[in-house]
Design a protein. Structure first.
Length: 378
C-alpha cells in the first residue's frame, strides 16, 4: 500500500509539472487566464510535495514542512474558476483578486506557527493526540470553498460545452472530482468523530488531487489543438503583418500589424460578414485555425478580432451564428426535420443543437418552430 501511495503521488506530481510546462509555453495566448491556472497548479504541486515528504517521514528532518501548505487549498477554486471564466472573457478585473482573500486570511492565521522553530513544530506534532479545533474549522472551510467553486465551474462548463470536446471532458472530470470531494468530506467527518480510518484525510485529498490533475493533463494533451487555441490573446497582436494576397478581400485590412480598439470595431463586422456570406460556420467541428486558413488570416489575429468584437471565444461565436441560421430556417416553416436543420446549420448532433439553441433562446427548436408557426397563422 505504501508503495502504491508513493507511486500515485509521484505520478500526480510529474503530470502537474508537465501541465505547468505546457501552460508556460502558451502563457502569451492568455496571460490572465493561465496566470490564475498556474497559481492553482503550483499550490496543488506544493501540497502534493508536502504530503509526499511527510508520508516518507522526512518531516522529522525538515520540520518546517509541517503545515507549510495548509492555507493553499484556498487557492485551488479561485485559480480554476478565473481560468475557466477567461475562456469566455479574458479581460482582467481588479475585483478578481478578491477571490484569493480567504487564502490570504488563512496564511495570516497560520503565519505565527510557520515562523516557529523546527523544534517547536516537532514538539507540537508529538504532543497532539487529537484533531485540533482550528484544523476542523479550516478543513470545513476548505471543503465549502472547493464545493462552491467546483459547482460554479460545472455549471459554466456545461453551458459552454456545445461542440467543444475540451470543455465537455473538463466538465466530466469536474463531476468525478465533485463525487470524490463528497466521499472525502464524509471521511473527514467520521475521522473527526471516531478517529482516522487507516489513511489521513490530508493524504487522501492529496491523492485525489493527483488523480484529478493527471486526468486534466491527459485531456489537455489528447485535445492539444483545442487546448492551445481555446481562447484569444488578451492584448492586440503586435508582430509583423503577413504580405497581403494578390486578391483583395473585404477583410484584408485585418492583416495590419497593430489592432487598436477603433480598427477592431471596423474589422470585426467585415469578418462576420465574410463568414456569413460564405457560410463557413456551417462546417461541423470547425476550429479557429481552420477558419483562419479559409479567411487567409493568422489564427491569433482572427481570435483577437472575434473575442474583442463579440465578447465570446471562437467556438461560442460560431455556435451563435449557427443558432441564428437555424432560427431563420425554423421561422420560414422549412419542411426539413429538426435534425436536418441543426446539421445544416453546422451542429454535429441533435443533442448539441438542442442544448445550444435552448441556451441561446430559452426554447427548444421544436418549441421555437411551433411558436413561429403560431405567429404566422395569427
Amino acid at each position: 500500500m505504501s508503495l502504491l501511495i508513493h507511486l500515485l503521488l509521484a505520478v500526480g506530481f510529474a503530470q502537474g509539472l508537465m501541465l505547468c510546462w505546457q501552460l508556460w509555453r502558451l502563457r502569451q495566448r492568455n496571460p490572465y487566464g493561465y496566470l490564475h491556472l498556474l497559481i492553482a497548479l503550483s499550490a496543488v504541486l506544493l501540497v502534493l510535495l508536502e504530503q509526499w515528504l511527510v508520508q516518507a517521514g522526512a518531516w522529522r528532518d525538515w520540520p518546517h514542512l509541517l503545515r507549510a501548505t495548509v492555507w493553499m487549498p484556498f487557492l485551488f477554486g479561485p485559480g480554476l474558476w478565473l481560468f475557466v471564466r477567461s475562456l469566455d472573457s479574458p479581460r482582467p478585473r481588479r475585483i478578481d483578486w478578491l477571490h484569493y482573500l480567504p487564502a490570504l486570511l488563512a496564511l495570516c492565521w497560520f503565519l505565527p506557527f510557520l515562523l516557529q522553530s523546527g523544534a517547536a513544530k516537532r514538539d507540537f506534532v508529538e504532543h497532539t493526540v487529537s484533531i485540533p479545533l482550528e484544523s476542523t474549522v479550516f478543513g470545513l472551510g476548505k471543503a465549502v470553498s472547493m464545493f462552491a467553486y467546483l459547482l460554479a465551474l460545472r455549471c459554466r462548463l456545461r453551458r459552454a460545452a456545445e461542440g467543444d470536446r475540451l470543455r465537455r471532458n473538463f466538465a466530466r472530470a469536474t463531476d468525478v472530482f465533485l463525487g470524490f470531494l463528497v466521499l472525502l468530506w464524509l471521511h473527514f467527518l467520521f475521522g473527526h468523530r471516531w478517529g482516522e480510518w487507516g489513511l489521513p484525510t490530508d493524504l487522501i485529498a492529496a491523492l485525489g488531487l493527483a488523480l484529478f490533475f493527471y486526468a486534466a493533463s491527459l485531456i489537455a494533451t489528447s485535445h492539444w489543438r483545442d487546448f492551445a487555441l481555446s481562447l484569444a490573446p488578451t492584448t492586440p497582436p503586435q508582430d509583423a503583418a503577413p504580405a497581403p494576397a494578390a486578391s483583395t478581400t473585404s477583410i484584408v485590412a485585418a492583416r495590419e500589424p497593430r489592432l487598436d480598439g477603433e480598427q477592431t470595431a471596423q474589422l470585426y463586422p467585415q469578418v462576420r460578414e465574410e463568414v456569413l456570406a460564405r457560410g463557413l460556420f456551417r462546417e461541423p467541428g470547425l476550429k479557429v485555425d481552420q477558419l483562419a486558413d479559409q479567411l487567409g488570416l493568422k489564427t491569433h489575429y482572427l481570435s483577437f478580432l472575434i473575442n474583442a468584437g463579440s465578447g465570446r471565444n471562437v467556438q461560442a461565436w460560431l455556435n451563435g451564428l449557427r443558432v441564428e441560421a437555424a432560427k431563420q430556417a425554423l421561422s420560414a416553416g422549412n419542411a426539413d426535420s429538426i435534425l436536418e436543420i441543426g446539421l445544416a446549420a453546422g451542429f454535429n448532433s441533435k443533442a448539441s443543437f438542442n442544448r445550444a439553441f435552448k441556451a441561446a433562446t430559452g426554447q427548444s427548436p421544436s418549441e421555437y418552430a411551433a411558436s413561429a408557426t403560431s405567429q404566422i397563422r395569427n
